[in-house]
Design a protein around this ligand. Structure first.
Ligand code: NAD
Length: 480
């Protein structure tokens, strides 16, 4: 039984309430650990520790702060295999995915911002004979980071690393559905010699522990990744307190596949963008629009590859599709499969829960599912399902494809498949998405702005955007 504890002031401590709730392994449906049910008292302790640690942390030279973060990156790399296994058990994702994506990226997040801290320069503006303005970027103080369950350590560290690099102290809460790797991160911070109180990790539910972080008056900024509904709620609480807010929310991303694309690569990559992590990545493309001239060949190959995906125990090397994260989420996704059928969709592949045998007999497995014949504006095509369910729709003109792609409240990412350079730029610029990939998907450069338009969020993470978010600019004007 894995008993998780809060990490406050450099120590592992039980929640003030003394109560815990169950942690379930999605691949088996069995309880395998306990999570602290923290509340405002624990958050208060974490804030007090962070406030006490802040003066020394901000005063530390950027190089020294950066070195500590790079040290944490090295320890994450050293423990890659162990952490990948923990992530796979906690989340249901294939071990292979945790090993190649989640944990390496968590290490990269610390390495990237550890070095970025040393390159984050102030601006100055010189007016000949009149004035010199220079802009100082002060850390905010104590900041809150709240993350979701789909890429647990990857997204947790994507917030924590820039916050720390910029000189802030952090109170962070991972998802209560996937708390395990965040717990082990605390151990690595101890080993790396991160001063006590600089990073505090409070576990618990959104409405109790999360809400207490958002409401705490000493927490100056909230960096949140999660659902659009939760983001709305957080904004309603934090905005009147004038906190800085970065909200990375849901998506309903389109793939636009033009007839002149490299068909084999477009199909192969669309399989990844549809079903990686069981379709539980905010960047997954769930609406696939294909130009009519290649619709049938695309469909035939896409279905063949969908049906070939191996569903199995996430810990088996051969598994490509693991378990969905929870029973509740499995039922949510199944309800959308039912909805798609009532909306008139034709199910071309999947659609059913999978019953494995042995260890995973009670796990939350679902076949990758493909629909066609749905109107671009139906609920299935507008609402985020966040599972292995995609729709195929033929289109006739570029304008039609763009209009359909933009026809949801979301605007996180999009992919465009074409060999026509003019079209690639023209279409990309007309898409209402914060991120557009042309002839690829999920190819990341951590320096680029990351985030969504419309209901997909407010603000951008990544590179200098993140360091700007976690600092307060102050301009000093000197008359010459
Ligand atoms: P969620 O909104 O339910 O929970 C996210 C986090 O917020 C959890 O830690 C949760 O405990 C916390 N929370 C819940 N209620 C809260 C409250 N009232 N106050 C403070 N914190 C609260 O989201 P989820 O189900 O964990 O994650 C899935 C969602 O995340 C999907 O919508 C997905 O698109 C989105 N997501 C977005 C991105 C992105 O970068 N835009 C990345 C990954 C996931």
């Amino acid at each position: 039984m894995l008993q998780i504890e809060n990490f406050i002031n450099g120590q592992f401590v039980p929640p003030a309430s003394g109560s815990y709730f169950d942690n379930i392994e999605p691949a088996t449906g069995q309880v395998y650990g306990r999570i602290p049910d923290s509340d405002a008292t624990d958050v208060q302790q974490a804030v007090a520790a962070a406030e006490a640690a802040f003066p020394a942390w901000r005063a530390l030279a950027a190089e020294k702060r950066g070195r500590l973060l790079v040290r944490i990156a090295e320890l994450l790399e050293r423990d890659l295999e162990r952490l990948a296994r923990i992530e796979s058990i906690d989340n249901g994702k294939p071990l292979a995915a945790a090993r190649t994506l989640d944990i390496p990226r968590a290490a990269s997040n610390f390495a990237f911002f550890g070095t970025a801290a040393q390159h984050f320069a102030s601006e100055s503006h010189f007016q000949e004979g009149l004035a010199l303005n220079y802009t100082v970027r002060h850390p905010l103080g104590v900041v809150g980071c709240i993350s979701p369950w789909n890429l647990p350590l990857y997204l947790f560290t994507w917030k924590i690393a820039p916050a720390l690099a910029a000189g802030n102290c952090v109170v962070a809460k991972p998802s209560e559905i996937t708390p395990a790797t965040a717990y082990y991160l605390g151990e690595l911070c101890q080993e790396a010699g991160l001063p006590p109180g600089v990073l505090n990790i409070v576990h618990g539910t959104g409405p109790r522990a999360g809400q207490a972080i958002v409401e705490h008056p000493a927490i100056k900024a909230i960096s949140f990744t999660g659902g659009t509904r939760t983001g709305e709620h957080i904004a309603r609480t934090a905005a009147p307190m004038f906190k800085k807010l970065s909200l990375e929310l849901g998506g309903k991303n389109p793939n636009l596949i033009f007839a002149d694309c490299d068909l084999a690569t477009a199909v192969r990559t669309s399989i990844q963008s549809s079903f990686s992590n069981q379709g539980q990545i905010c960047l997954c493309g769930s609406r696939i629009f294909v130009e009519r001239a290649i619709y049938e060949p695309f469909k035939a190959e896409f279905l063949a590859q969908t049906k070939a995906l191996t569903i199995g125990d996430p810990l088996e090397e051969s598994t490509r599709q693991g378990a969905l994260v929870s029973e509740a989420h499995l039922h949510k996704v199944l309800s959308y499969i039912e909805l798609a059928q009532t909306e008139g969709g034709t199910m071309l592949a999947g659609g059913h829960q999978v019953r494995l045998t042995g260890r995973c007999a009670d796990g939350y497995f679902l076949e990758p599912t493909v629909f066609e014949g749905l109107a671009p504006d139906c609920r299935t095509n507008r609402e985020e399902i966040f599972g292995p369910v995609v729709t195929l729709t033929p289109f006739d003109t570029e304008a039609e494809a763009i209009a359909w792609a933009n026809g949801t409240d979301y605007g996180l990412s999009a992919t465009v498949w074409t060999r026509d350079l003019d079209r690639a730029h023209r279409v990309a610029h007309q898409l209402h998405s914060g991120i557009v990939w042309v002839n690829t998907w999920l190819l990341r450069d951590l320096r680029t702005p990351f985030g969504g338009m419309k209901s997909s969020g407010v603000g951008r993470e990544g590179g200098l955007e993140a360091l700007r978010f976690f600092t307060e600019p102050q301009n000093v004007c000197i008359k010459l």
